[in-house]
Write a protein that binds this ligand. Structure first.
Ligand code: GZL
Length: 334
């Protein structure tokens, strides 16, 4: 009997030691083993503070940046979803600083309010790359570079599609679905569009309100637009495809034909808007490239190797009309 107990005791001791070793050898249990393992493995760690998950475009950007460790096994990625709140993104950056990541990537929900936390990153000697949307800061040395789209150009391209389609003298009553107020995408697209229609005296923006880049809010706001001016609106100018998709639903429920009674113009180039164009329910989209992972990896490598990087790296983008949609849809990656 004694011998049996002895063998059982020895076996359980061996199992315990094995389990501990599997957790990196630290009994701390506070995750420090994970971080020290990453550090001891010599991998470079990028902390990415993302805006949220509000649109198809956003999800595609997240997937692309999350693919960085697959593209290069010398890199790991820590990810934080800000749920469209600046305070969450600031908390995430502070957490990345505490974890001593090698580089921070920030996609800022709005342009202002970043000086303090980016100064903390600078003091901790952690380089910062701004992706997709821009920041307005008092000290340009607070980040190394900006990687993303020219949103003002996107707004100009959208207006030019109307001018090409209808001519400068057409009488257009435009309903505008704005993106998140204060975001570069909203500020830039609105500025670019408004500048470009200055020579079109009868292009009138008769309704304009934010739909916060989401389908649900885009539908809700378009319902209100139609209730007050449904008989006048003949163009929808939406700052992203997701709000346009919500608006298309609202227009159909109102009893009008989107893509025919109301010209549907938006930005991003997600698959759903291409399908809507194939179905005749949307008319044009200006591409905004979310697939920033490979470029961010390249920039991070150069920065961590002490190489100089360009201050602004713009994505290459196109635009598509309803007549292009069927041929382009199979090529869409997001
Ligand atoms: C644009 C990006 C915008 C997209 C929206 O670069 O910031 O935010 O156009 C997304 O779909 O919500």
């Amino acid at each position: 009997m004694k011998l049996k107990k002895m063998i059982a005791l020895m076996a359980s001791t061996v199992i315990c030691i094995g389990m501990l070793a599997g957790c990196g050898g630290s009994a701390g249990g506070n995750g420090s083993a994970q971080t020290s393992n990453e550090k001891s493995s010599g991998k470079k760690v990028i902390g990415f503070a993302q805006v949220g998950a509000e649109s198809g475009w956003r999800t595609a950007e997240t997937d692309s940046i999350k693919s960085i460790p697959t593209l290069d096994s010398n890199f790991d990625l820590k990810f934080s979803d800000g749920q469209q709140k600046q305070e969450n993104q600031i908390k995430a950056i502070r957490s990345f600083i505490a974890q001593k990541v090698d580089l921070i990537a920030l996609d800022p929900v709005v342009e202002t309010g970043w000086d303090t936390v980016l100064k903390e990153a600078k003091d901790a000697k952690i380089p910062v790359v701004i992706v997709d949307r821009k920041v307005t800061v008092s000290d340009d040395s607070l980040y190394k570079c900006f990687l993303g789209s020219d949103m003002v150009a996107e707004g100009k391209k959208a207006a030019q599609i109307l001018i090409d389609q209808f001519g400068k003298d057409a009488k257009l009553n435009i309903a505008e679905l704005q993106g998140t107020v204060g975001s570069t995408a909203m500020v830039g697209r609105q500025q670019g569009f408004n500048d470009a229609i200055k020579d079109c005296p009868n292009y009138k923006i008769i309704k304009s309100q934010t739909g916060d880049f989401t389908r649900a809010k885009g539908k809700e706001v378009m319902e209100a637009f139609l209730k007050s001016d449904g008989d006048k609106i003949n163009v929808l100018w939406s700052h992203n495809d997701d709000m346009a998709m919500g608006a298309i639903q609202a227009i159909e429920e109102y009893g009008k034909k989107p893509g025919k009674d109301i010209f549907i113009l938006s930005v991003d180039g997600i698959k759903d808007i291409f399908q809507a164009m194939v179905d005749g329910k949307a008319n044009a989209t200006v591409e905004c490239n979310p697939l920033l992972g490979p470029q961010l990896l390249e920039v991070a490598k150069n920065i961590l190797d002490g190489k100089e990087v360009e201050r602004t790296i713009n994505s290459k983008e196109s635009q598509f009309l309803q007549k292009d949609a069927a041929a382009e849809l199979p090529n869409r990656k997001y």
